[in-house]
Design a protein around this ligand. Structure first.
Ligand SMILES: Cc1ncc(COP(=O)(O)O)c(C=O)c1O
Length: 405
């Protein structure tokens, strides 16, 4: 039996694979430091747990509308009004299994075969595979100035007769860079003028630092009607530390949301109902956990960036949001997969190769763990790479001798 051509051209999710590898090593008692992860360590908000548990204890967990339970749609409408100053109706909202499925279903709904979706590098690992799964072609725009911030001209230059959508993720995974309000404003207006879909992946919208306010793309839109091609994707995964609940959503025009609903209803019948009730609890409950997570992450960011700035040969761009940093290690090793492997094999630090995000020479390093892990993780990386470091290192009672430089 052979597998399909489509399946053969889709890569395994490298971040999920790394989680598996780290878990296996930990099970064997290895002193692994996981700086590759994409989830906060804090607990889900109490209101989410209470809502979910009381729903479960009713014992009546049934099929629900494929685009989400009314109570969650209501909470999302309120969230959209509060944080985006935008009034939408239930027909403008679909709830999915995480932001991931919202984006996937959206791509199925808008792409005809071979139509192109443009996104800047570095990009979130799943975008190219998702576009391919939906039958489209990914088009990557790499900033020419070596930064992580594209210009509107660079994006516009990539537009051709097959372009269907532009996909923007800011704050950005993996660089942590927050695209400027001027850039977002121009992209919104460019897409309106050209009749292109603009997908705003706002997964990290609220996790911004240095006193910045989250950027609201609707502020720059001229079209606030049902002809708008702007679709905004969000989720409870990161801001409420609820990755495992798998709840995300999209807000867009009725036609697009209807098409997405039809598609979603066939393979899944919509997201799990107890998880949706948990999201209702998170969105309607006490909101302080977001600010405390944000403050913790900002502190962690400072700790990590200070250490990389003191690391000879590594150049680092200070993340303005998210919980990722994307330092350039090419002075030590350009092949990011080899480098990540070396760090895992030799000093048991998990990182994600920049190649997965469309940029060689970099590693994505998360600062969502504890400051202790960050400090020790960066120390181990430094020891592994810096030729001037002492020749021996102790991991617990295990002595390591550097034999790979
Ligand atoms: C940029 C971006 N978009 C979407 C997602 C997916 O979020 P979810 O876990 O809600 O599917 C992630 C998760 O890492 C992400 O980083």
């Amino acid at each position: 039996m052979s597998i399909s051509q489509l399946a053969r051209c889709i890569c395994e999710s490298p971040t999920l694979k790394l989680n598996e590898t780290a878990a296996l090593l930990r099970e064997k008692g290895e002193p692994v430091i996981h700086l590759g992860g994409g989830e906060p360590k804090s607990k889900a908000p109490l209101d989410a747990i209470v809502n979910c548990s009381s729903m479960l204890s009713s014992g009546e967990v049934r099929y629900a509308p494929p685009d989400g339970i009314p109570a969650l749609k209501k909470a999302i409408i309120r969230y959209t009004e509060e944080h985006y100053n935008r009034l939408v109706t239930p027909e403008n909202v679909i709830v999915s299994n995480g932001a991931k499925q919202a984006i996937m279903v959206l791509l199925y709904a808008i792409l005809d075969p071979h139509e192109e979706v443009i996104f800047p590098a570095p990009y979130w690992v799943s975008y190219p595979e998702m576009v391919k799964l939906a039958g489209g072609a990914p088009v990557v725009v790499t900033p020419k100035d070596g930064s992580f911030h594209p210009t509107v001209e660079e994006v516009a230059d990539a537009v051709g007769p097959y372009t269907k959508a532009i996909l923007i993720n800011s704050p950005n995974n993996p660089s942590g860079v927050v695209y400027s309000a001027a850039f977002i404003a121009e992209i919104v207006q460019f897409c309106e003028k050209k009749g292109l879909y603009l997908i705003m992946d706002d997964t990290y919208n609220r996790l911004v630092f240095d006193g910045q306010a989250p950027i609201n793309c609707y502020d720059f839109a001229n079209d606030h009607t049902e002809t708008s091609n702007l679709v905004v994707v969000n989720c409870v995964s990161k801001m409420y530390a609820m990755t495992g609940f798998r709840i995300g959503w999209a807000v867009g025009s009725r036609d697009v949301i209807k098409a997405m609903t039809n598609i979603q209803s066939q393979p899944t019948s919509g997201p799990s109902v107890p998880a949706q009730w948990a999201a209702v609890g998170a969105l309607n409950g006490v909101q302080s956990s977001i600010e405390s997570l944000r403050v913790t992450l900002e502190n962690n960011r400072n700790v990590m960036v200070a250490r990389f700035k003191a690391f000879n040969g590594v150049s680092v761009t200070k993340p303005g949001g998210t919980f990722y940093c994307f330092p350039d290690f090419s002075a030590y090793m350009r092949d990011s997969q080899k480098l990540a492997r070396l760090l895992l094999d030799k000093v048991r630090v998990v990182t994600v190769p920049g190649r997965e995000f469309g940029m060689e020479g970099h590693l994505r390093i998360s600062f969502c763990g504890s400051t202790k892990e960050i400090v020790e993780g960066v120390e181990r990386i430094k020891w592994a790479l810096d030729p001037n470091a002492p020749n021996e290192l102790y991991l617990g009672n295990r002595k390591l001798v550097r034999d790979w430089l």
